[in-house]
Write a protein that binds this ligand. Structure first.
Ligand SMILES: [Zn+2]
Ligand SMILES: [Zn+2]
Length: 372
């Protein structure tokens, strides 16, 4: 098959910025050095670019997992132009196709099945999707957001203003324009690019399939560290309407913390999460699947498989009872319907079910820990 023509502008941008970051920055570091203020500014700008993509482009605009005040949206729109990853409208439209047709080489714009290089950067270097460049039908909702449309219309100007203007102004103020252009300009941009690109490449190759194996997305704590929490990509692909990617309190997801923190400041609202029981069932189904696979070569496979299934069924039943009780309790609390006696009875039942669930979980864990 003949490859589509090369997009020379993209090739030049990626190549030149990379060369500056990989050659000129170390050279300047050895011959001249960078000071603390320059390094701090570069790190702050890296965080600003990264979070504008993860909290703004990704979780706000592509997936609508929460709503944000216009001031925050404006900040993300500028940060996204700074990150040089195309306009919100274009990025989100691409990303929605990625979720809808994940891993389908003919439709997913950065299908992981095309290999590491293609999903990381190759997809942007040739006219692979020229046919749909101006088609934003899957992002009609975003076309109603004046900030999205303003950024789309003035994207080129904004991206130059941010990428040249910010390092230049900082350099002038701080007293070393060249160092600032190299560090805050080039190095920050290249690191920001490739850490984001890792989500399309590495996060579809390296890590655990905690919740589903229907697509290539993986959960990876190491990647999450470099990508402001986006490394929990397996969870994200199955529960894409959740404003969190790392759902456990200990999972590193600064984007989640930012969105939640802004809720206290009244800058974000209507944060969406996935039902806990659904998430837990997806996780358990994967453990069951992995355990069944492991058991195939067991000398007493048939017996063990039967026992595994029994434990699984018992666990699901207890899970259902527990969440039903919790739902009822919450509903009654909201409506203030129950008399105190009834309420205390319900609470007692709820606690009992919680205990039984925990017991069943322990027994399930004992059985599967050796297998999965
Ligand atoms: Zn997504
Ligand atoms: Zn993905």
């Amino acid at each position: 098959m003949k490859k589509p023509p090369i997009i020379w502008l993209n090739v030049a941008v990626f190549l030149i910025t990379f060369l500056f970051a990989a050659v000129a920055v170390p050279y300047r570091a050895f011959t001249h050095g960078f000071d603390g203020a320059e390094i701090t500014m570069a790190v702050l700008c890296f965080i600003y670019c990264g979070m504008s993509i993860t909290a703004g482009y990704h979780r706000l605009w592509s997936h609508k997992t929460y709503q944000a005040h216009w001031s925050l949206r404006l900040l993300f729109a500028l940060g996204g132009a700074f990150a040089l990853q195309n306009s919100i409208l274009h990025w989100s439209s691409d990303h929605r196709i990625h979720h809808k047709h994940v891993d389908k080489n003919d439709k997913d714009p950065y299908s992981a099945k095309m290999g590491f290089w293609y999903s990381h950067i190759g997809w942007m270097l040739r006219e692979y999707q020229a046919h749909r460049y101006a088609n934003y039908d899957n992002a009609r909702d975003l076309q109603k957001d004046p900030i999205v449309m303003w950024q789309h219309k003035h994207y080129l100007l904004l991206t130059i203003a941010m990428n040249v203007g910010v390092p230049l102004l900082f350099g002038l103020w701080h007293g070393d324009v060249i160092s600032s252009l190299l560090l805050v300009g080039f190095l920050r941009l290249v690191l920001s690019h490739h850490t984001t690109f890792f989500i399309n490449s590495l996060a579809h190759i390296w890590g655990k399939q905690t919740y589903t194996d229907k697509n290539t997305a993986r959960d990876n704590g190491v990647l999450a560290f470099f990508t402001f929490g986006e490394g929990y990509h397996n969870y994200h692909h199955i529960f894409e309407n959740d404003y969190r990617n790392g759902i456990r309190w200990w999972q590193f997801d600064p984007t989640k913390w930012l969105i939640k923190g802004c809720e206290w400041l009244k800058l974000t609202s209507k944060l969406r999460t996935s039902p806990e029981d659904k998430v837990e069932k997806a996780r358990l189904a994967m453990i069951l699947k992995r355990s069944q696979l492991k058991l195939k070569s067991h000398p007493e496979a048939e017996l063990m498989l039967e026992r595994l299934q029994q434990e699984y069924d018992a666990l699901i039943a207890k899970l259902n009872d527990f969440y039903a009780a919790r739902k009822q309790l919450l509903a009654n609390k909201r409506d203030q319907l129950l008399a105190d006696v009834e309420k205390s009875e319900l609470v007692k039942q709820y606690k009992e079910l919680k205990l039984r669930l925990a017991e069943q979980q322990r027994s399930w864990h004992l059985l599967t820990a050796k297998l999965a």
